[in-house]
Ligand binder design. Sequence first.
Ligand SMILES: Nc1ncnc2c1ncn2[C@@H]1O[C@H](COP(=O)(O)OP(=O)(O)OP(=O)(O)O)[C@@H](O)[C@H]1O
Length: 312
Amino acid sequence: MNAAIQIEGVTKRFGRHTAVDDVSLNVPRSSVFALLGENGAGKTTLVRMLLGLETPDAGRLTVLGLSSRKEGDAIRQRIGYVPERPTLYEWMTAAEIGWFTAGFYADGFEQHYRNLLDFYRVPLKRKIKHMSKGMRAKVALALAMGHQPELLVLDEPTSGLDTLVRREFLESMVDIAAEGRTVLLCSHLIGEVERVADRVAILRAGQVLACERLDELKRTSVEATITMHGSSGVLPELPGEVLLSRRRGKQWQVLLRGVADHDSLSSLAESEAIVAVDTRTPSLEELFVAYLQSNGPSAPGESAERKPLPVS
Ligand SMILES: Nc1ncnc2c1ncn2[C@@H]1O[C@H](COP(=O)(O)OP(=O)(O)OP(=O)(O)O)[C@@H](O)[C@H]1O
C-alpha cells in the first residue's frame, strides 16, 4: 500500500531564506509520525505545502495519493488538520460550532464530533470564549476528526496545555493510529513525543537530519562513557557515527548512531589504553540535541557560542 504522505526533493524559499531545503520523506499509513525541529526549522512550512496552502519552489508532495500542488482542496476535505493556533468562533458554543462545521462535510460528522467531545469531557453548551486552552484544543481536535479522516495533521497541538491534558491528548493519537489512521505530529516537545510516536524525522534549518522508526533509532544509538588510562586528547576508534563527543579529564562521553551491536563497544575495554566502557541507550531528547549540535547546516543567525541575554 502507498504511504499516506510522500515528499520528494521539496524546497521552499521565502525571498533569500530557504525555509525547507530538499526534503524527502515518507509517512507510512497507520503510524504516528513526529516531525521534530526547533522554532523556525521549517515544520509549519512543510505542513502548509502538504495541504496545498503554500507552493513549493521544487519537488513533489503527495497526500493520500493526491497532489498537494494541484489537489489542495480535495486534500483539505479528506484530512483533519489542527494548526498551531486554531481559530474558533468565540461566540459559539461547542455544540454550535460542531453543527456549523458539519455543513461542510458528509452526514455523520456532527454525531461523531459530539461523541469526541463527550470522550474529552468538553461541555457542549459552553461558549468557546469561556473555555480553557485545553478545552479549546480538544474542540479543535474534535472538529478535525469529526469526518473520521484517514490522516490527521497536528501542528504543535499541545503547546499551552498542562501536563495531564497533554498526556491524554497525545495518548489518544496512539488510539487513532491503532484504528488504521495516520497521524503527523509537528512538535518541539521531544520528551512527550517519545511516548507516542513510532517514527520520527528531525529537521534543522529546513533539512532532514534523521528519519526512521523510533525503536530502530534507539536500538542503534548508544551513549558511551569511556575511561582512559591517561587524559588522551584523541578519541579511540569507535563503531558507528559519532554525533557528539566531549572529554572531561580521563573520560570521553560520546553519543553514537548506527551501532547495531552494543557488544562491539564493550569489547573496547580490552584495549590497553582503556580502563572501562559504560554504555546506555540515550533518550530521544538526548539524540535530538546531539543531532542539532552535530555538524551540518546551522539555522540562520545561529552561532557556535550562545550569547548571554541582554540585561536592561
Ligand atoms: N510567509 C513567510 N514569509 C517569510 N518567511 C517565512 C514565512 N513563513 C515561514 N517563514 C520563515 O521560514 C522559516 C521556517 O518557519 P516555520 O514556521 O516553517 O518553522 P517551524 O519549524 O514551524 O517553527 P515553529 O516551531 O516556531 O512554529 C522561519 O525562518 C520563518 O521565519
